[in-house]
Design a protein around this ligand. Structure first.
Ligand SMILES: Nc1ncnc2c1ncn2[C@@H]1O[C@H](COP(=O)(O)OP(=O)(O)OP(=O)(O)O)[C@@H](O)[C@H]1O
Length: 742
């Protein structure tokens, strides 16, 4: 019913502090979920390609085997790519026992037990993106009977639609915005796999190089290439980087590649070490073509027979393709075949785009365009291929490319390079959104072309907002790389991007980033880290550049955050007084003293509590010009809250706009409020719309009006004022020539 709505479903982006709190242990994946107790539970385990979903699934199976997930007596684990080739029809029992594992004895009894105890069954479908026929599972005819024979798709639909084995738990892994996205509305819980933390990267590398010569030198070699290191948050890339490092170390090569393209090009060369390229061009060309077709169709499983035994042998031997067992059904052999991972496939796909003569320069731009109206769910999939393509087209040393092609492709490459470069520059003509801008930065980085970088850097808008766009470590790296080369000043919004503290520090320390916004909690954490490191210069800079205006509080958490900020400002904990810097020189936190607009939108449930907390810190916002205590959210802060507000007016002398609409204000507090209004000597607009003010309140307001020399507008619509009150206000207006409307 809500098909369109579910396409919009996206993963939450947590800020660093929230992420720590939201992190769960493996064992917690199956803990309390929404949904009725006896219903089938569906858990989606989402993560970008190479993030370790399949490894995690295997670990879950091991945990279970050790008795650590004791609520399940049975685990059935299916790799989706293995299910594609079964044209055969199966019963539910066949699916479990034939396509996974048969009990060694008493099959009938075991199956009966499963049917009677579905809540003790966990069924895992790993790699949903590898399903070739995944559309319509939520609505297609599904398996409803235990005895009849069905296709694998119908069986899967039966489980997902809760028609068979009702009450079991399903764990389905897939990529965000991938094939499973359309079924997220069926899901009870979503868990995201976010890759390695810096500590985990360290641990992985230590283990990888353990027992090899000079392990710490190797780790240092990688760390000295911050861009390549930034990609190590993705376990698959971390492994590739370690593999290459080990190989280069053996050959005594001390230079590490600096782009993603040269990284994989090096891996590629290592894999083909000792192979005469010219003799194998036909295989590479065919693999390139297969890879690109797969990328276009969002598939990494090869459906067709590869055609040639030699090609298959070549690709398997060098690790570009991987076989996987399937259930032979007469038509297909006992093994399917797929690209080993998404990096291999995207690299070969990009080689195809680079080398193919039948792709014109204009055609190429269309194929990799960022403008295409693709389904929103699929827009990320071309990113890696595009980055590789740009990297390959701009390779300084293109001798290698020539070796990969039967003909001289120099001219073709130059033409394509020019077209792509023109296209990338054109993207800046109308301001690109955050995602496009990031992609542009990645491409520009891969190109390593100083002219292109300078051009892009010069055309960037000076207000850059990445709000609500995820910023992974490599994104942050390419962003700061481009910003650093720009000859202008920037204000950068990093709110709700999931940026880590290291990334924040890198952006903030850029000289031409003159102001930044970020989650208050993360910023405080950054300051505390810098303080611990005794990095006074970075600390001072990051405090000076931080801004929070306009600040919109939507939850109690936001209120707590702003209170924490004010506390640091009041107590001066970041820059404690010393002999060199006595206290009276302290400027506090400029983000607090410069806050101009504050919107309060906690709603009727938390509004009153939230406001009582907020009002305690309001006196610190000396520059506040606009205080909106309505923000269309009916905060209902009530008379007591309003009276407290009136008490802090002497500290808000710059206030020009005060919105107190929809706050349950009665005549009780209006008298105090009206008496305090004249203190606000800059106030121009007051809104008291939709409260409970009656004639006596109106009379108090009327008395105050002539004393409010700057007031231009007063809104008291939708109150309980009758003709009597209206008359008082009207009379008072005679002494208020500056008021334009009531
Ligand atoms: N926790 C881990 N510890 C060590 N290595 C890991 C871990 N997780 C993943 N890896 C490495 O990353 C590689 C990719 O992981 P995996 O195949 O599980 O990714 P995936 O998320 O399933 O990717 P895809 O979406 O492409 O199927 C693994 O082969 C392994 O080398």
């Amino acid at each position: 019913k809500n098909a369109n709505k579910c396409l919009e479903k996206e993963l939450v982006i947590y800020d660093a502090a929230e992420r720590e709190k939201a992190a769960i242990e493996r064992s917690q994946i199956f803990e309390t979920m929404s949904g009725k107790p006896k219903e089938t539970k569906v858990i989606a385990l989402l993560g970008q390609a190479g993030m370790g979903k399949s490894i995690l699934v295997k670990k879950i199976c091991q945990d279970w085997a050790k008795g650590e997930i004791s609520q399940f007596e049975f685990v059935f684990w299916f790799e989706c790519k293995r299910l594609n080739f079964s044209g055969k029809r199966y019963t539910v029992r066949d699916l479990l026992f034939e396509l996974f594992a048969k009990p060694q004895e008493k099959c009938d009894e075991v199956f009966r037990y499963i049917l009677h105890n579905p809540e003790k069954v966990l069924i895992i479908f790993d790699g949903f993106d590898d399903f070739l026929d995944y559309d319509g599972l939520a609505h297609c005819s599904a398996c409803t009977s235990m005895k009849e024979f069905h296709t694998v798709k119908e069986l899967f639909a039966g489980l997902l639609q809760k028609k068979v084995l009702h009450g079991c738990t399903m764990l389905i892994t897939g990529r965000p915005k991938g094939a499973f996205n359309q079924y997220l509305f069926k899901v009870d819980k979503i868990v995201e796999v976010i890759g390695f933390s810096p500590q985990q990267i360290e641990e992985y590398m230590t283990k990888y190089f353990n027992g090899t010569p000079q392990p710490s030198e190797k780790v240092k070699l990688i760390k000295d290439c911050p861009f390549i290191y930034s990609y190590c948050y993705c376990p698959l890339l971390c492994r590739l980087v370690c593999f290459l490092c080990e190989a280069l170390h053996k050959t005594g090569d001390k230079e590490f590649p600096i782009t993603l393209t040269t990284l994989y090009l090096n891996v590629f060369q290592q894999k083909l070490m000792g192979v005469t390229l010219k003799a194998n061009i036909q295989y590479i060309t065919k693999l390139n073509c297969l890879a690109w077709t797969g990328v276009q169709n969002y598939q990494n499983v090869l459906i067709d027979n590869l055609g040639s035994k030699e090609l298959k042998e070549f690709a398997l031997k060098h690790g570009f393709l991987t076989p996987f067992p399937i259930n032979p059904d007469g038509k297909n052999e006992g093994f399917g075949i797929a690209f080993t991972n998404f990096i291999v496939q995207n690299f070969f796909g990009a080689l195809h785009l680079t080398l193919a003569e039948d792709i014109s320069d204009k055609g190429l731009v269309k194929l990799i365009s960022l403008e295409q109206k693709k389904k929103k769910t699929q827009e990320d999939r071309l990113n890696t291929v595009r980055r590789f393509l740009v990297g390959l087209l701009f390779l300084e040393e293109d001798r290698y490319l020539n070796c990969l092609s039967a003909k001289n492709i120099e001219k073709i490459v130059i033409k394509k390079q020019t077209a792509v470069s023109r296209y990338l520059k054109k993207l800046l003509q109308c301001e690109p959104n955050a995602n496009k801008l990031l992609e542009l930065c990645h491409c520009v980085y891969e190109a390593q072309d100083s002219g292109l970088i300078r051009y892009v850097a010069s055309k960037l808008s000076s207000e850059l907002s990445f709000k609500d766009t995820r910023l992974n470590p490599p994104d942050v790296f390419v962003l700061q790389y481009v910003l650093r080369r720009a000859n202008k000043k920037f204000s950068v919004d990093l709110r709700n991007t999931g940026i880590d503290l290291h990334g924040m520090k890198e952006i903030v320390k850029l000289k031409n980033v003159t102001s930044f916004r970020a989650s208050i909690r993360d910023t405080i954490q950054l300051w505390e880290t810098l303080q611990k490191l005794n990095d006074c210069e970075s600390l001072r800079m990051s405090v000076e550049k931080y801004i929070i205006s306009p600040f919109k509080a939507k939850s109690l958490k936001d209120i707590d955050a702003i209170i924490a900020l004010v506390q640091i400002h009041r107590e001066n904990t970041l820059f404690p007084c010393t002999d060199d810097a006595p206290c009276n020189e302290s400027v506090g936190i400029p983000a607090v003293t410069n806050l101009k607009k504050l919107e309060f939108a906690l709603g009727p449930v938390c509004g009153q509590n939230g406001f009582w907390k907020l009002v305690e810190v309001l006196p610190e916002f000396h520059s506040l010009q606009h205080l909106d205590l309505d923000t269309l959210s009916e905060n209902k802060i009530g008379d007591k809250g309003v009276e407290k507000l009136a008490e802090v007016f002497p500290n808000l002398l710059k206030l020009e706009t005060l919105n107190l609409s929809q706050n349950n204000i009665t005549d009780t507090s209006v008298e105090k409020l009206a008496n305090a209004f004249p203190i606000l000597t800059s106030l121009k607009t007051i809104s008291l719309y939709n409260n409970c003010i009656s004639d006596s309140g109106a009379e108090n307001l009327a008395k105050a009006l002539p004393l409010m020399k700057t007031l231009i507008e007063l809104d008291v619509k939708y109150n309980k004022i009758t003709d009597v009150g209206a008359q008082k206000l009207t009379e008072s207006l005679k002494s208020c020539p500056q008021i334009k409307s009531i």
